[in-house]
Design a protein around this ligand. Structure first.
Ligand code: HEM
Length: 618
């Protein structure tokens, strides 16, 4: 018997030992479900369709249970009344940042010496609040005008057709990038603004190529071609966002200056700083565009909602001191008095934001539930909240939870509705798109005003209609989506690009302005410029052809795929990472290696190896 066979046998034995080690439930712990596959547990089901898996587990075990997912024990909490305790636990007990560090290293190649997430958070927080927030909001308005109105004006006064996702994502990200990372020159000139448009379009298109490959990157399943592409795109982004390239930019945000200073204080090299800035571009901009896409789509598909929002905006325009074309900003007090648009945004996020709120359990911990029960959490496990199932899609909390109701978050007197109930008790966290507690999204206020400004500009300065207004929002494609009723928030990304590019070649004739939108243009749009825009719910711009929007490819008729898209990429990534990070012991990887080599001829063993490997990298 050769040494290789011996080693192989040894490895197989080790594997069996590892696989057969089963954990037992201790008194006081939540129901434990290890699944039927040793060690893997529910990794495959969880990875394939987390939302329906969790729904099934909830029916079986109730609103708290522990499942085995690829060697990790994950305690899932689905009682929204009990979220409050978890989100306010100190980091020494339930840690949020381990995941962020993982993301930094694995996906964005960022390794920072002496990195302390709490320190970083303390430094960055003030730059997104109060006076700095006001500066960001004002800059965002100007930059939205530069890219949105500049592009559409440059492209001529007729109708243009382009995909709604690309429209929303690109304009939001380009304006967001200029806002945080600075503009070409101050004071702005037509030339510098044209340069801002070209440069921000380059950033967006390069970013988007990476964005589409991120899920595969997170699960380590890039093909050789993908890897080359990722290297190329990252390299380009690192150059675009290098500190040297950013140094001469004007009107940089205090967020950027503080972040760069923080990186320098940590001793990060120039190259590492550029990488960190790419990570931040993704973290700050990856969710706003998709959120704006869903909001516009819901409006365009719900005439009553669109009319209500337009009515609200027209009131604002009537009270404004200057015509909309001369407005250089939307004052915060105006942004704060848009209850209808606020309700539309909350409803959009309720239906589409599906964050996994995960925390590492740092010490053995007692978790008191709102109903008086108490469970023990074990150190080293992971705690997972999934507010998308409850409260966001919970029929006890929301009637017809699948239906978009634009005024769901409005009281009859027009004020914000905040009272939602479950089990007869008022819920504190009745929708959790921004997270909650200690780690609630720091960019929430900036993101909210940016999305509102974008909607304001689109609806007041452009005519807008779907090219196929009668087409239903299609069923989602099950091969890439979470289950029925839960799909919007958990999309896969890469297939969409293929779909975008493959279907963009079908031609449609340009259309005339829609009677409804034409008539609306007459009221409340003082000094409106001749910009009109026909949009459809379908991405259809081929990357690389973008710079001026002048050469848009013909749009595509709606299909199932066009409307399904990654909503919140941070959250999408969280899902991927949860699986990818499931730490496989190095010994197991070695075992697989030997199994591959030695038992290549044994079909059952190779199958097992393939199964294990694929679950590692799903
Ligand atoms: C629609 C847009 C956005 C959504 C839906 C969103 C959502 C979230 C969620 C769910 C979390 C995690 C909360 C947790 O696990 O407890 C988070 C964290 C965070 N978000 Fe956002 N976010 C958005 C935009 C932004 C923007 C524009 C910025 C910054 C400019 C930002 C900065 C942050 C930061 C810094 C954290 C980490 C907070 C911490 O470390 O405690 N977000 N966000």
């Amino acid at each position: 018997m050769s040494w290789a066979v011996l080693l192989g046998l040894l490895a197989a034995l080790l594997l069996l030992l590892l696989l057969s080690r089963r954990r037992a439930r201790r008194p006081g712990e939540p129901p434990l479900d290890l699944g039927s596959i040793p060690w893997l547990g529910y990794a495959l089901e969880f990875g394939k369709d987390a939302a329906s898996f969790l729904t099934r587990m909830k029916e079986k075990h109730g609103d708290i249970f522990t499942v085995l997912v690829g060697g990790r024990h994950v305690t899932v909490l689905l009682d929204p009344h009990s979220y409050e305790t978890v989100v306010w636990e100190p980091r020494s007990k339930l840690d949020f940042h381990a995941y962020a560090v993982f993301l930094m290293e694995r996906i964005f190649d960022v390794q920072l010496p002496h990195y302390n997430p709490s320190d970083e958070k303390a430094k960055m927080k003030p730059t997104l609040l109060h006076r700095d927030l006001q500066a960001l909001t004002e800059a965002m308005y100007t930059n939205l005008c530069t890219v949105l109105l500049g592009d559409t004006t440059e492209a001529g006064s007729g109708w243009q057709e382009m995909g709604l996702l690309d429209f929303s994502y690109s304009f939001m990200l380009r304006a967001g990038y200029l806002t945080l990372y600075g503009v070409e020159a101050l004071p702005r000139t037509p030339e510098s603004q044209a340069q801002d448009r070209i440069h921000s379009a380059d950033v967006f298109h390069t970013f988007r190529q990476l964005d589409l490959l991120l899920p595969k990157l997170a699960r380590g399943s890039l093909s050789v071609g993908d890897k080359d592409q990722v290297c190329k795109v990252k390299g380009h982004l690192w150059k675009l966002l290098s500190p040297a390239r950013l140094a001469p930019r004007a009107h940089r945000s205090s967020w950027l200056d503080s972040y760069l200073q923080h990186l320098e204080e940590m001793g990060a090299s120039e190259e590492m700083q550029a990488r960190a800035l790419v990570l931040q571009l993704w973290a700050t901009q990856g969710n706003m565009g998709p959120a704006a896409f869903w909001l516009l789509l819901f409006l365009l598909k719900n005439p009553e909602a669109l009319a209500a929002v337009r009515g609200e905006l027209e009131q604002i325009l009537l009270q404004a001191e200057q015509p909309v074309s001369q407005m250089t900003t939307l004052p915060q007090k105006v942004l704060d008095s848009m209850p209808v648009l606020d309700s539309v945004l909350s409803e959009t996020l309720r239906l589409t934001a599906a964050p996994f709120i995960t925390r590492e359990v740092m010490v053995d911990l007692a978790l008191p539930m709102a109903d008086g029960r108490e469970f023990t959490l074990r150190r080293g496990d992971r705690l997972l909240l999934f507010p998308f199932l409850s409260p966001q899609k919970d029929p006890e909390v929301y009637t017809d939870p699948e239906v978009f109701q634009y005024d769901r978050f409005l009281n009859p007197d027009g004020t914000e509705k905040k009272d939602f109930y479950k089990d007869g008790k008022r819920l504190k966290n009745y929708s959790v798109p921004w997270g909650a507690g200690h780690n609630q999204c720091l960019g929430r206020a900036y993101a909210t005003s940016s999305i509102k400004q974008f909607v304001f500009l689109v609806l007041t300065r452009c005519d807008l209609e779907l090219t196929s207004p009668d087409a239903e929002i299609p069923e989602f494609d099950l091969s890439r989506a979470p289950p029925r009723g839960c799909r919007q928030g958990l999309r896969s990304v890469s297939a969409l690009l293929q779909n975008e590019t493959s279907q963009c070649s079908r031609a449609l004739k340009p259309r005339q302005p829609h009677p409804e939108t034409s008539s609306l243009t007459t009221t409340g749009r003082k000094g409106r410029e001749g910009v009109s825009c026909s949009l459809q719910g379908q991405p259809c711009v081929t990357p690389g052809r973008h710079p001026t929007w002048g050469r848009l490819l013909p749009p595509v008729g709606p299909t199932h795929r066009g409307l399904v898209m990654p909503h919140l990429l941070i959250l999408q990534m969280e899902k991927q990472a949860l699986r990818a990070e499931v730490s496989y012991p190095k010994s197991l990887i070695l075992v697989i290696f030997f199994m591959n080599r030695v038992f290549r001829e044994e079909p059952w063993l190779s199958c097992l190896a393939v199964l294990i490997k694929s679950s590692i990298f799903i």
